[in-house]
Each structure stands twice: as structure tokens, then as C-alpha cells.
Design a protein around this ligand. Sequence first.
Ligand SMILES: Cc1cc2nc3c(=O)[nH]c(=O)nc-3n(C[C@H](O)[C@H](O)[C@H](O)COP(=O)(O)OP(=O)(O)OC[C@H]3O[C@@H](n4cnc5c(N)ncnc54)[C@H](O)[C@@H]3O)c2cc1C
Length: 360
Amino acid sequence: MARRNFNPRFDTVRPAGIAYCENPHDVSECLNFVRRFGLPVTPRCGGHSYTGASLVPGLVIDVSPMSAIRADAPSETATIGAGARLIDVYDKLSAADVSIPAGSCPTVGISGLTLGGGIGVVSRAHGVLSDNLRAIELVTADGRKLTCDAKNNSDLFWACRGGGGATFGVVTSFTFATHPTSEIVVFFLNWPWSAARSAIDAWQHSREPEYAASQIFTRPMDGTAIDTILAAVQRRGGLSGGGQGGIALDALGGAVNRVAPDATALVHRNGLFNAQITTTWTTDAPTDAIRAQQNWLRSLHAAMKPSASGQAYQNYADAGLTDWKQAYFGANYPRLLTVKNRYDPDRVFRIPQTVGTATK
Ligand SMILES: Cc1cc2nc3c(=O)[nH]c(=O)nc-3n(C[C@H](O)[C@H](O)[C@H](O)COP(=O)(O)OP(=O)(O)OC[C@H]3O[C@@H](n4cnc5c(N)ncnc54)[C@H](O)[C@@H]3O)c2cc1C
């Protein structure tokens, strides 16, 4: 059980060990150990990485015991242990009538979410989660404990706001600015399938006035692209293998785009929305059914390419991307590489698709 992540696709990865770290000193000891024996290493928080990046055949540094959550009213901040999950973050902070603009899945971990940016339903009002970060505590690959904020180790602080997990060190705690919350109304709107085309079109244009005010917005999809999505969703319904598939559209813009693309490592500051294509299957699905679902996903991805910007959100990691450096990090990649070379020159952290790795 201990090696199981959210996605059963990675159940076959067998770590040599999983170290449950209770404090930064434990993390430091783990890193000293893996450096001594040249073992692969990766941190783990909520275990929701799409590419299984928090599991390696070497040592997994599990930060989940560090999960204390403390709101501080005078400074309007909250300090959250790197192992906390969103359900507990929202729960604890709501007792103090505050919150942070995190994601929507209760079991996602605060670490992976923040380090890759963090998109949620209130991003347009408060920015991505990492825009709300005020400080982090981190253990570097060589075992040093550092505080990073706007004044101290500011290059690392910049890189940890969108540069991705398992890249510059192991974070042990985050301090965020908090936002007051009052009553929240949660609602779902449903349309008949026959109205799906106009619903998507109206949804994207409903934000047009705000976006249209700026030159940096990416264009809304045209009718042909919307039809492509709808046809693909219908096609997905006919595939075998169980599970479900579809495309989720997360609104961007607003406060997300009021931050300059080089102000933090998160470069995506001109998006109108983020489209996430997913497909799932049951554990007993035959190989050809799984392959057909994956082909479905790739063909929809390819069909949407002409309408899309070429950027991809690093927290929705896609192992099939060959141009991931550009897609995830764009013009910020060279600066991220400089930070990587400074804090992890020996590539102790070297999982695929992270800054400084040459592999896919
Ligand atoms: C069901 C589901 C819902 C999601 N919903 C959203 C959403 O609403 N918004 C959104 O933006 N994203 C969402 N995501 C994507 C999510 O943000 C990423 O998958 C994220 O990386 C998960 O973080 P984690 O800590 O749970 O995962 P993990 O697999 O534990 O970690 C992810 C990465 O961060 C590294 N890491 C973990 N802990 C640390 C640490 N302490 N220090 C340094 N590196 C660390 C890991 O090694 C790995 O590379 C969702 C994903 C899933 C599966």
C-alpha cells in the first residue's frame, strides 16, 4: 500500500525504500544517504503526478508527516506543512474564515500543486496558487535547509513558483497569503447534450470582454474546433475499456494574467483557458482497449493543436510531449536552468521532464 500513488498505472514501480520524514532534518539525512550511494530519489506529497514522478526505484522521500496547517491572522498568512492535502488545508483554514486559491481535488497534495503553479476555480480572482506564496522552507540536494522568499534565496523562490516539483530541492513548508472567506455558493449548471456546442462557445466568449481588453489573450476556439471536441467526446463514449474520458476547460485570465510571464517561473500568463483531456480505464481493461483510449487522447490533442498556443501546464504533465521544455516553461527555461545548476549541479533530482533533464 505504501508505494501506491493515486494512479494505479504506476503500481509496478517498486521503490527500494520510502522514508516518511517528520522534519527537515529527516529530509536532509535522506538526501545525504542517496548522494552517498548514488540512488535515484524523488519527493512525494499527495502522489497525484500524472507521470508517476513521485515514485522511483530508489528512495521516495515522503513528506506527508509534515502536514501542520496554521493560519496567522495578524500577517494574513498561513503556514502549511509540505505534506498536507487540499481537503485538510481547506478544512483547517475555513475554521479561521480564510482560504487559499488552490485546486479542486481534495486529495491532491499542496507540494506538487504549488510547485507547478496551481490552477483552481478562483484563479481568475486571486491568481494561481504559487502567486500567493510568500515563503518556502526547502532542503537542497546537498542537505542544506534554506528559507526562500522575496529577500532570501530569491532565485530559488522565483524558480519554485511554477518550475515544477522534484527539481530544486525538497520543500518542507509553504507560507501563503490568505484571503477572507464568507459563505460560498457551489453550483452546477447542466445543459442538454444538443446544446453542448453553443454552451462551450458561449462559455469561452462570456469571458471575452475581459480578455478582449488585452492583446495577450489566446484566441477562442472557432466553431470547427468546438465541433472537433464534441465529435471526440462522442467517439470516446463508444470506446471499450470502461472508465471515462473527456475534456475539462479551466478558465484562466483575470488575476492569473495580471502577473508578468517572467515574474515567477510560471510562464503561462496569456491563457484564455486550459483544456485538459483525460481518459481512464478499468484495471481489467484489455491492452488493445487501453491503446485505443490513448490513441483517442493523442488524436484529439493533435486535432486541437492548430487552435492551441503550444503551451502546456506542467502540473498536467504529459509524457508524450517531446517539446516539454518550451511547452511547460517557454522563455523562463534558461533562467530555471541557471537556478538548477546552482542548487543541484550533480542532478540528484533527475526525474524526466524536469528542468535540467535531457530526457523526455
Ligand atoms: C484527480 C486530480 C485532480 C487534479 N486537480 C488539479 C487542479 O484542480 N488544479 C491543478 O492545478 N492541478 C490539478 N491536478 C494536477 C496536480 O496539480 C499535479 O498532479 C500535482 O503535481 C500533484 O501534486 P501531489 O503533491 O499530489 O503529487 P506528487 O505525485 O506527490 O508530486 C508531484 C511532483 O512534485 C514532487 N514533489 C512532491 N512533494 C514535493 C516536495 N515537498 N518538494 C519538492 N517536490 C515535491 C514530486 O516528486 C512530483 O515530481 C490534479 C491531478 C489529479 C490527479
